[in-house]
Design a protein around this ligand. Structure first.
Ligand code: SF4
Ligand code: SF4
Length: 103
């Protein structure tokens, strides 16, 4: 018996585009190297100082910044986060690139 399979191609338009928001993100940008270039009150235990004295946010073995709350995926030092973190814009090209890289 011949079995005839019919395939229909249906053009689907206006599929919902996932919203880019920190609440549906795995804190992707908190894997990046964050250079500390101004004094915002970052607690010392979250700062890595290299052999030249340059300061960056300490990252732990899982790759995330040590100041990230692993349970909530929110910044635990939000009020004193570095300038770089303040300038990193949700929905920006850099943000979307990080999300894609970590997907
Ligand atoms: S700024 Fe972008 S990459 Fe960073 S946590 Fe928010 S959505 Fe994710
Ligand atoms: S300081 Fe806060 S916002 Fe900046 S990388 Fe660390 S956890 Fe993320």
């Amino acid at each position: 018996m011949n079995l005839l399979l019919l395939f229909m191609i249906i053009k689907v338009e206006n599929l919902p585009v996932p919203e880019v928001t920190c609440s549906n993100c795995q804190a992707c940008c908190c894997h990046l190297e964050v250079i500390i270039i101004s004094e915002t009150g970052v607690p010392r235990q979250h700062i890595y100082v290299d052999e030249h004295g340059s300061e960056t946010m300490l990252r732990l073995d899982d790759g995330w910044c040590s100041a990230l709350n692993r349970d909530t995926l929110m910044c635990s030092i939000y009020e004193s986060r570095p300038w770089v973190c303040r300038e990193f814009e949700m929905g920006s090209y850099e943000c979307i690139t990080e999300r894609k890289d970590k997907a």
